[in-house]
Design a protein. Structure first.
Length: 274
């Protein structure tokens, strides 16, 4: 009851029609599509994001029974410059309109800032202000925004993610959970507590999973690796998902076309035994 897929730009470089076909051949059920990363054969900037292009891409992936789980729009949601954010907001709104016609699960984003201290309250307040604007537009279009918490970003832990959800207060703001993105050297030995906290505080709003693994380097840094080659407690994660999130989209990261089935089969085996 897991729908496992891959980011499109981690597949073999190919025309989008062939890329979708290759996903289907590998038994992948879904994808995360970042237009500019996955497609180089034609223009994909905001001016090119027409209903016609969205409908064409939708047909391509539906033909191969591959869901577009996430349309990536990883731009600076925590920007503290109001004029600059107007430009960024325009990019998000283009993606939201495109997602509506594309029929994808959500528009995915993170919460970084280049001009504010990401750990400070000013950055958090600005993020919430900016997020409300984007989510309001998404509500009008009937589209979900998927927010991905990441250590080192404004939404750097579970409690901060819950605060943003509470302040924005919209069913159109959901969570993309990547446990590894929240793991640091200081908390990796308490990863079970982190996973439990994520489902306790954010569980109703977890709408998609990013799946990779991690190892601890000698210099006390965390390195992301392919699922199955690290320390993440997939037994606990899959138990939670099996109980609470049937058929959720899970997107593999840190993979290549040659090893993606290794990660997929590793997770499927654990999930089956839960």
């Amino acid at each position: 009851m897991l729908q496992i897929g891959i980011r499109a730009h981690d597949m073999e470089h190919a025309p989008i029609e062939k890329m979708a076909e290759n996903m289907a051949k590998k038994g992948l059920a879904c994808t995360q599509l970042a237009l500019s990363k996955a497609i180089t054969a034609f223009n994909t900037d905001t001016g090119a994001m027409t209903p016609g292009l969205a409908m064409y891409l939708r047909k391509v992936f539906e033909k191969n029974n591959v869901d577009i789980a996430v349309l990536g729009c990883y731009n600076e949601l925590g920007n503290g410059d109001s004029e600059e954010f107007k430009k960024i907001a325009g990019i998000y709104k283009s993606h939201i309109r495109f997602a509506k016609t594309l029929g994808c699960g959500m528009v995915g984003t993170e919460t970084w800032s280049s001009n504010l201290d990401v750990t400070g309250e000013e950055a958090l307040e600005k993020l919430i202000e900016n997020m409300k604007q984007i989510v309001s537009y998404a509500e009008n279009m009937g589209v979900i925004i998927g927010m991905e918490p990441v250590a080192g970003h404004i939404v750097y832990d579970i409690k901060r993610a819950k605060k943003v959800l509470d302040e924005v207060n919209s069913p159109n703001l959901q969570i993309i959970l990547d446990p590894v993105n929240l793991i640091t050297y200081d908390n990796y030995q308490n990863q079970d507590e982190l996973i439990n906290e994520a489902f306790d505080l954010l569980g109703e709003n977890i709408a998609c999973i990013h799946a990779k693994d991690f190892i601890v380097e000698k210099d006390k840094t965390i390195k992301s690796v392919i699922a199955g080659d690290g320390l993440l407690n997939y037994q606990l994660l899959c138990t939670k998902l099996k109980k609470k999130k049937p058929y959720i989209h899970m997107l593999l990261e840190e993979t290549t076309p040659d090893n993606v089935l290794y990660a997929k089969e590793y997770i499927e085996e654990i999930y089956a035994k839960c």
